[in-house]
Write a protein that binds this ligand. Structure first.
Ligand code: ADP
Ligand code: MG
Length: 696
């Protein structure tokens, strides 16, 4: 079968709906999807029965409400379609009620104190804007997940709310510009996904990879990524076979997988889809990650989605390409053809600039995880400081507006935004600054701080909400304006001068930039997850997010708890894994190698008594010293981990991790990695970096 023939074959998409629903039902469903109208039960019943028939014809036996709890992954509980018939047989059945609402036992999902333990129930509610699909023998229905009190327990609910907030405020702006035909504004996302592929047999031998998704030990091999010969290099046959299979699975699921290439680090690759609506892109990215892992297993591989699987080698991120567009097909971040469109574009552009500046903390904390902390601020990924790359041309345009000076050397023309005098400018896609955490790339912004293993939901919730907030303030100003042109001009001008500190077109990896950003410009440098997360509950953030109905204050408190708790738990598991590996594998290996050297000294001396055995003695001395240190540092880490368990306040736990646990983990690793370099390969207890990185 050709790709167009099987693309979307596992999706209950528009084609299937059109073919299987009566035109009345189809129309009501479309209205629900496009305008957010409530669905009545008779329509839901008809849709459910068509879905069931289609799913069963395609081999399904079960259905599930597919949702995204705060664990960061997806969850499903399968129910079969079977229903007993009076004659002892079964029929396959699925009702509108079952489609619209589910009641999974929610007690084991994190709720951050939102749900009292006696109230274990939560419910899932169908999100008709994301298509149902088939996974193996199960019909998956994308749903939101809430507590009975209505508080969101998932990532989809606030994401949908943030899209609604952005829609509302962006429509106000469009109306002011005289745009009457647009019904809806949505944000779109194309997430580029990075990942590592390693051999499954080698992976099994490393408990750090199995338990934590990253290596906790490992000396650098003689060759790493310095030659940069992997980036865009020829894809090896085994990897190509994997990518082909993966593409096929994704295409069947209607996911627009488009680009694939090798990344900078050995064994690192990237997959980019064509962009779609934010919530669909989020669902699809979750599915993509799931498929990446599943397909890898079939090829004897493991797909690592951790942000930093190997120290000293590039980590993996996700580039969240984000834009806003109308249902009439206009990208609001694309510089228009006419001066008037340009003015509208500039307003949206400076709104994003202001939003990113005012809510730097929210963007940073939206990508804060234990894994990502190893990446942000290292020499490869965007720093923990947020800034915007605009490119020279747009920066010059904004500069000219700000200073009321001529743009582009055109002496006579003063830049006025009202209408006809604004110069046309082309979009600047030439200078792609890869070091910027937030880069304008012609008609979209690319937020590059998202971690590879994380859901993109949080980042987009914060982006949508903060931009909605700035658009709200701008709409308030413009709606009441007596002289629209002048008010608009001043608004753009004032916004540029108040927020130009966030614009930086230079090298974001440069230490000098970090100093300038923090000391001269007063930008935030939130290096760790606990530090970043502590900002979530700042009044300005709570006020903004609650005002737009994206979160309630209780939801924010619960999210703070959960995200920080996830962080503490992940690092705790890492610490315990290190202790375990050091005690049971590394120290015994070094010890037994030293012992074998000692017996060889004894044997040699027995044979030739006057031998000095300098080599062996030196090695034994060195290894014994290292072993002592390894033991000392292992026990030091073990007691720090034990102490951590006595702390019950999550905020204090977070502090203890940053100041106590992480430095001790680094100290233990350093001696173990040194011992690795002195021990023969066949004595080392698990595969090395060289084995892992160059095996596929
Ligand atoms: P790169 O960043 O590697 O140069 P591209 O610029 O081609 O790659 O695109 C990267 C991603 O941006 C793709 O996933 C693409 O679909 C997405 N993208 C393009 N236009 C938009 C848009 N208007 N909104 C959101 N994402 C977009
Ligand atoms: Mg990119």
């Amino acid at each position: 079968m050709t790709v167009p023939e099987y693309f979307g074959s596992k999706v209950f998409d528009d084609r299937v709906m059109k073919a299987r629903l009566s035109s009345d039902i189809y129309r009501s469903l479309k209205q629900t999807m496009e305008e957010g109208r409530e669905l009545d039960l008779s329509v839901a019943n008809a849709v459910a029965s068509a879905m069931c028939a289609w799913a069963v014809e395609n081999g399904a036996t079960h259905f599930t409400h597919w949702f995204q709890p705060l664990t960061g992954t997806t969850a499903e509980k399968h129910d079969s379609f079977i229903s007993p018939a009076p004659d002892g047989r079964v029929i396959m059945e699925f009702s509108g009620k079952e489609l619209i609402k589910g009641e999974p036992d929610a007690s084991s999902f994190p709720s951050g104190g939102l749900r009292a333990t006696f109230e274990a129930r939560g419910y899932t509610a169908w999100d008709p804007t994301s298509y149902a699909f088939l996974k193996d023998k199960t019909l998956c229905i994308p749903t939101a997940f809430c507590s009975y009190g209505g508080e969101a327990l998932d990532k989809k609910t606030p994401l949908l709310r943030s899209m609604e907030a952005l829609n509302k405020q962006a429509l106000r702006i469009l109306r002011i510009f005289g745009n009457a035909d647009v019904k809806r504004v949505t944000s779109s996302v194309g997430p580029e996904q990075e990942y590592f592929l390693i051999d499954r047999e080698l992976w099994k031998k490393r408990r750090d990879l199995v338990y934590t998704g990253r290596t906790l030990f490992g000396a650098m091999p003689p060759k790493g990524q310095e030659l940069e010969d992997h980036y865009f290099g020829v894809i090896k046959p085994r990897v190509q076979a994997y990518m082909n299979d993966l593409n096929e699975e994704l295409w069947k699921l209607g996911i627009l997988a488009k680009t694939e290439h090798n990344e900078v680090a050995p064994s690192q690759h990237e997959l980019a889809p064509i962009y779609s609506t934010t919530n669909v892109a989020t669902d699809h990215n979750q599915l993509t990650m799931e498929m990446m892992k599943k397909v890898a297993a079939k090829h004897g591989l493991v797909c690592l989605l951790h942000e930093k699987p190997f120290a000293g080698v590039n980590g993996s991120g996700k580039h969240n390409n984000w834009s806003i567009s109308t249902d009439t097909g206009i990208n609001l971040l694309s510089p228009g053809e006419t001066p008037y469109e340009n003015a509208q574009f500039l307003l949206f552009l400076v709104a994003v600039i202001q939003a990113v500046d005012e809510y730097q903390d929210l963007l940073r904390l939206s990508v804060a995880t234990a894994g990502n902390d190893h990446r942000l601020g290292a020499n490869e990924a965007p720093p923990a400081v947020i800034s915007i790359f605009l490119g020279d041309e747009l920066t010059a345009v904004l500069g000219a507006i700000e200073t009321d000076s001529p743009y582009n050397g055109t002496e006579k023309m003063k830049l006025k935004l009202g209408a006809d005098v604004l110069p046309r400018f082309t979009r600047d896609t030439t200078d792609r600054n890869r070091t910027s955490p937030f880069a304008f790339t012609g008609n979209k912004f690319e937020f590059r701080m998202v971690g590879s293993g994380d859901s993109i939901a949080c980042a987009n919730i914060m982006l949508n909400s903060s931009v909605a907030e700035i658009l709200r303030r701008m709409a308030d100003t413009l709606e009441g304006a007596e002289n629209f042109d002048e008010t608009l001009h001043n608004l753009i001008k004032d916004t540029v001068s108040a927020h130009e500190r966030i614009i930086f077109n230079g090298n974001g990896y440069d230490d000098a930039w970090i100093a300038e950003a923090t000391e001269k410009r007063g930008l935030l440098n939130l290096r760790t997850t606990p530090e970043a997360l502590s900002r979530l509950l700042d009044k300005k953030n709570v006020d903004m997010l609650t005002a737009h109905g994206v979160f309630t204050e209780a939801e924010l408190r619960s999210r703070y708890e959960i995200q920080l708790e996830n962080y503490c738990k992940s690092v705790r598991i890492e610490a315990l894994t290190m202790v375990d590996m050091a005690r049971k594998e590394i120290i015994p290996a070094a010890e037994s190698y030293a012992a074998s050297l000692a017996s060889s000294v004894a044997a040699k001396k027995a044979a030739v008594s006057e031998l000095d055995c300098h080599y062996e003695t030196r090695r034994i001395r060195k290894l014994s010293a290292l072993t002592d240190m390894m033991d000392e540092r292992t026990e030091e880490l073990a007691s720090a981990a034990a102490h951590l368990d006595t702390i019950h306040d999550t905020t204090e736990q977070g502090e203890e991790i940053v100041n106590g646990i992480l430095p001790k983990m680094a100290r233990l690793r350093a001696v173990c990695d040194e011992a690795e370099t002195l021990t023969p390969s066949d004595c080392w207890p698990f595969p090395t970096y060289g084995d892992l990185l160059f095996s596929v």
